[in-house]
Design a protein around this ligand. Structure first.
Ligand code: PLP
Length: 453
């Protein structure tokens, strides 16, 4: 389409003149020049120079079924022809949103029977916070206002979602973030937080006890909810021990603190199950999903609520003054239904669990001895390779050296998109990657690491 109009340099000039990118150092970008992506098919993306790049990140943890799926194009096109827009306010609904809500209730953990749609993961988290605050107000406990979230968390980039997030640079990025309602605890980060001789299981319970300590410090009567991702993605692919979540769930029940689980990245097969909750055995009160819901073909997210929460909002609350023009957008919902149909009919999650994840884990294990490697960790098809200055002590690189950035640039120059979260290299391949393509990906990871060492 558009890309035939100009050569790469011209695109880059125009890009720099007018387009402000998310999470980007625009001065540095002037030196590097944007990569101009123009086409995607399966696990590959092509740029204006005709370079074919393996997408080791599923876009941004979203393109789970790969690029260029005609089923999704057809679903969007048919829905746009039938009914291009329909607001969901004013006592109106439409079939695609109704069917999608029903489908999501069937796919997600027991008891999450109500679905609120919006367009992004950030907004899904906003909805969750507002629903939680309203729930406690309506329950006659308006004091229960505080939210506990974790270090290294990423919950999005709106003012409130950035407050929930535990990444320092986001807090200095504009406004009085984090907001005072958000309180922070350390996360279950075995490589950085686990005492050397402690077994994993014990560490999982210790890390969960940090939540209990914080609830007691703030007073259970003041704590509304705990927000967390099943495993943390943008914060550095941080994977908790299996004992962590059952202990967290017990603590939330003990103190009547709602559990709002951010499955924006972990949902739709990333762990080898439909949702991270099934992997870790979690039954949340609210669950936020996005990204893989449409495999990134159109923007859509959802906040699912349990009967416990939704019944109070509905029975006691009257009109809830919350929502978006594009809540339940018809084409987005139609594309999500088509996306789920592809995942089911092609058995993508079963294939990930039976074939891809075991291969992924075996190949990752080969990197533990690399001279740059501090830690190799993964859950399902999400991995983090944490690069360190000193393997014996775990000493991190001096931030100014930008080792992770260098490594990801080396990967890209060899035809692989993989990302640096600080100095932790992230991999999140699409569920449709073949074993052969995975081997190609790891050959480039190896070359990029060797060129960085
Ligand atoms: N939650 C998690 C766990 C995420 O990783 C992200 C984005 O990466 C978000 C929320 C925010 O989603 P969005 O960028 O669609 O607002």
């Amino acid at each position: 389409m558009f890309y035939r109009q100009m050569e790469t340099r011209k695109w880059q000039e125009l890009d720099q003149a007018h387009y402000l990118h998310p999470f980007t150092d625009h001065k540095a970008l002037r030196e590097i020049g944007s990569r101009v992506a123009v086409r995607g098919e399966g696990v590959h993306v092509w740029d204006t120079e005709g370079r074919k790049i393996i997408d080791g990140l599923s876009g941004l943890g979203c393109v789970n079924i790969g690029y260029g799926r005609p089923e999704l194009v057809a679903a969007a096109s048919a829905q746009m022809s039938d009914l291009s827009f329909c607001q969901s306010f004013f006592n109106t609904t439409h079939p695609a949103a109704v069917l999608l809500a029903e489908k999501l209730v069937k796919l997600t953990p027991e008891g999450l029977n109500h679905v609120f749609f919006q367009c992004s993961g950030s907004e899904a988290n906003e909805t969750a916070v507002r629903a939680i605050r309203r729930y406690w107000d309506l329950q006659g406990q308006p004091g229960k206002k505080l939210i506990i979230a974790r270090e290294y968390a990423y919950h999005g980039s709106t003012h409130l979602a950035a407050s929930l997030s535990g990444l320092e640079p986001m807090h200095h990025a504009g406004g009085d973030v984090p907001m005072p309602v958000v309180h922070r605890i350390k996360t279950a980060y075995p490589y950085r937080e686990k005492p050397a001789a402690m077994p994993d299981d014990e560490f999982g319970r210790l890390a969960a006890s940090w939540l209990e300590d914080k609830i007691l410090e703030l007073g259970p009567e003041n704590v509304a909810a705990f927000f967390a991702e099943p495993a943390q993605s943008a914060g550095g692919s941080i994977v908790p021990p299996m004992s962590y979540w059952p202990a967290i769930q017990d603590i939330c029940r003990k103190y009547d603190v709602l559990l709002a689980l951010d499955e924006v990245v972990m949902g739709f097969g990333r762990t080898g199950k439909w949702f991270g909750s099934f992997h870790y055995g979690i039954t949340p009160d609210l669950m936020q999903i996005g990204k893989g819901l449409t495999s990134g073909y159109l923007p859509l997210s959802a906040c699912l609520m349990s009967d416990r929460v939704a019944d109070v909002l509905i029975d006691k609350g009257g009109e809830w003054a919350h929502g978006y023009t594009y809540s339940g957008h018809p084409s987005c919902c139609a594309v999500a239904l088509a996306n789920i149909e592809v995942i089911e009919s092609e058995g993508l999650i079963e294939n990930a669990a039976d074939t891809l994840i075991p291969h992924f884990e075996a190949r990752l294990a080969e990197f533990t001895d690399h001279p740059l490697m501090g830690d190799v960790r993964s859950v399902g098809l999400m991995a983090g390779l944490e690069l360190v200055a000193d393997r014996a002590t775990g000493e991190a690189f001096d931030g100014a050296l930008r080792v992770g950035q260098h490594c990801s640039a080396e990967g890209l120059s060899r035809g692989l998109a993989f990302r640096a979260n600080g100095d932790t290299m992230a991999l999140m391949p699409p569920l449709v990657m073949t074993v052969g393509q995975m081997d190609e990906m790891f050959a480039i990871v190896r070359a990029a690491l060797d060129a960085t060492a």
